[in-house]
Design a protein around this ligand. Structure first.
Ligand SMILES: N[C@@H](CCC(=O)N[C@@H](CS)C(=O)NCC(=O)O)C(=O)O
Length: 210
């Protein structure tokens, strides 16, 4: 079999990359990509990646013709148009906007969690901005509280763009921010996450230990 013609810039720690890999697995497309590892940070960009994505972020997807897609939302949309099953991003109607909004909330949780990680792991401790960190953590807590109160039925209904994104956000909180103890205030969300975590797509893409 010839090598896949699509190259996914990735790191197993990235929740944004994980969304792409989960969708690939859920739609039977995981063998279509070659994974190219990299570890970009805001203070240490990856030289090869920035040639393909000037923003310097992962995921980025190089297609067979050399063109490059980013960010994760665009790549997910691309792959969702490449399989014959039920779309994981509804194509139209109220469902489309609601599911994309839930997914966008999950992206915002990931953004906040990744920024907290950069601030605490990369920035010298004497320069940490505590108020900024607190407000990022509040964004996370507020969003999880909203899912706990108002989105559980929708999330349980279908493992699509919304559920994939929320699951990857929660997985990243466990991975980088166990101190948040998000399950304490969100028992129904925790139960939903425990159930969907058994899916092969999430098992296969777990962040590295440690
Ligand atoms: N909106 C982007 C966010 C991607 C992102 O923040 N990726 C992080 C890794 S988890 C990154 O590449 N950071 C490098 C940097 O900020 O320079 C997406 O959805 O793909």
């Amino acid at each position: 079999m010839s090598a896949p013609s699509l190259t996914l810039f990735h790191n197993p720690a990235s929740p944004f990359v994980r969304k792409v890999r989960v969708l690939l697995s859920e739609t039977g497309q995981q063998d279509r990509v070659t994974l190219q590892g990299c570890l970009p940070t805001p203070v240490n960009p990856d030289a090869q990646l920035v040639q393909d994505n000037p923003v310097g972020k992962i995921p980025a997807l190089r297609l067979a013709d050399g063109s490059v897609l980013h960010d994760s939302r665009v790549i997910l949309d691309y792959f969702d148009h490449q399989h014959s099953g039920t779309p994981l991003i509804p194509r139209e109607g109220a469902a489309r906007w609601r599911r994309l909004t839930l997914a966008s909330m999950a992206d915002a949780v990931m953004d906040a969690a990744v920024l907290v990680r950069y601030e605490t792991a990369l920035r010298p401790v004497e320069k940490h901005w505590d108020q900024w960190l607190d407000e990022q953590r509040k964004k996370i807590r507020r969003t999880l509280a909203e899912w706990e109160a108002n989105a559980l039925g929708e999330l349980a209904g279908h493992f699509d763009i919304a559920a994939i994104s929320v699951a990857c956000a929660l997985g990243y909180l466990d991975f980088r921010h166990p101190d948040l103890q998000w399950r304490l205030d969100n028992p129904k969300l925790a139960q939903w996450y425990a159930e969907v975590s058994q899916r092969p797509s999430l098992q296969q893409t777990q962040p590295p230990a440690g």
